[in-house]
Design a protein around this ligand. Structure first.
Ligand code: ATP
Length: 296
């Protein structure tokens, strides 16, 4: 697959605040790539640098294998900050002004309004839109000229559940159409619904990158007891079935290795002539794994 964006050792500080520290990762064509991290982790800084709004202190990035240049701008649509539209002008007029600034023809306006389900509101003044619609108009603006890449910074911020769902649907439609998406969010469940890949940031450091499945494996944890807890614990410790095991108040808790399930533990106990008399299996939620990753 083709590399769309390669980020190499990218760093940026605001006086004494190190906003991003030597970030290195790459994004491939067609991926829906999430930048996930709590507030202040450096997502906006990263997106601003790769969109040419901000200059890095050190490190580099390549779009389509080349240093940033003006012709690439047409291939990348971005929505980084809350878009500034004229409140008393209608949607169509606002987009026409953007087309003039971007030196593009008006011919794409109807299409982007339809893509973002705003066509029926095209004659409404911007100020009469709901927050979700305003955000969708920002996406419509980013879609002018049909760029291959869409860069969005927290597009669902501040929206109610209905607004979030509408923005998500708009974004997913673009992913399905084959666009490469780079989207920042601090909400794991949102990233999960939209993205296939992610980079997890915390205070400017990259904690993990890869496919969601790779990073956040659905790890299984079991709680159990048996006819001989001590012996079972010892035997399991020397097996390759578990990552860790603890014994408290007559109960064992174990984190299982990948592809091992509670049935394997049951069989293992049986083979060692130990009877398991209580077993509860719990899948660790992605949310709790994410919180563990970003905790201090
Ligand atoms: P959020 O979701 O809150 O926007 P973020 O992950 O996008 O967070 P950034 O906005 O990139 O994070 O901020 C990273 C760090 O840099 C934070 O500590 C922030 O306070 C700081 N920062 C960002 N912009 C500036 C600025 N213009 N001047 C000073 N510090 C800044």
């Amino acid at each position: 697959m083709k590399n769309i964006l390669e980020i190499n050792h990218l760093s940026k500080s605001y006086k004494s605040i190190k906003a991003i520290k030597k970030l290195t990762f790459s994004i491939q064509e067609g991926q829906a790539y999430g930048l996930l991290g709590p507030n202040g982790s450096g997502k906006t800084t990263t997106l601003s640098i790769i969109s040419g709004i901000l200059k890095q202190d050190s490190g580099s990035f390549l779009w389509f294998g080349e240093e940033a240049n003006a012709s690439q701008r047409l291939r990348i649509g971005s929505l980084i900050e809350t878009p500034h539209f004229y409140p008393y002008l209608n949607l169509e007029r606002n987009l026409k002004i953007l087309c003039e600034i971007k030196k593009q023809s008006y011919k794409d306006i109807d299409r982007v309004l339809k893509e973002t389900k705003l066509y029926d509101r095209r004659k409404s003044k911007f100020r009469t839109l709901s927050l979700g619609m305003k955000q969708r108009l920002g996406i419509a603006a980013a879609l002018l000229g049909d760029p291959e890449i869409l860069v969005l910074d927290e597009p669902t911020n501040g929206l109610d559940p209905e607004g979030i769902a509408e923005v998500r649907e708009t974004v997913l439609k673009q992913v399905r159409r084959g666009k490469t998406l780079i989207i920042a969010s601090h909400i794991l469940s949102e990233v999960e619904k939209i993205c296939s890949h992610l980079a997890i940031l915390k205070q400017g450091d990259l904690l993990a990158t890869g496919s969601i499945k790779e990073i956040l494996s659905e790890e299984e944890m079991i709680e159990f007891s048996s006819s001989d807890n001590e012996m079972l614990k010892q035997k399991l410790e020397s097996s390759n079935l578990i990552k860790e095991i603890e014994q408290t108040n007559g109960l064992l808790t174990a984190h299982l290795e990948k592809d091992v399930d509670s049935g394997d533990i049951n069989n293992f106990a049986f083979e060692n002539k130990i009877t398991i008399n209580h077993l509860i299996s719990r899948k660790k939620s992605l949310e709790s794994q994410f919180l563990e990753l970003v905790k201090d």
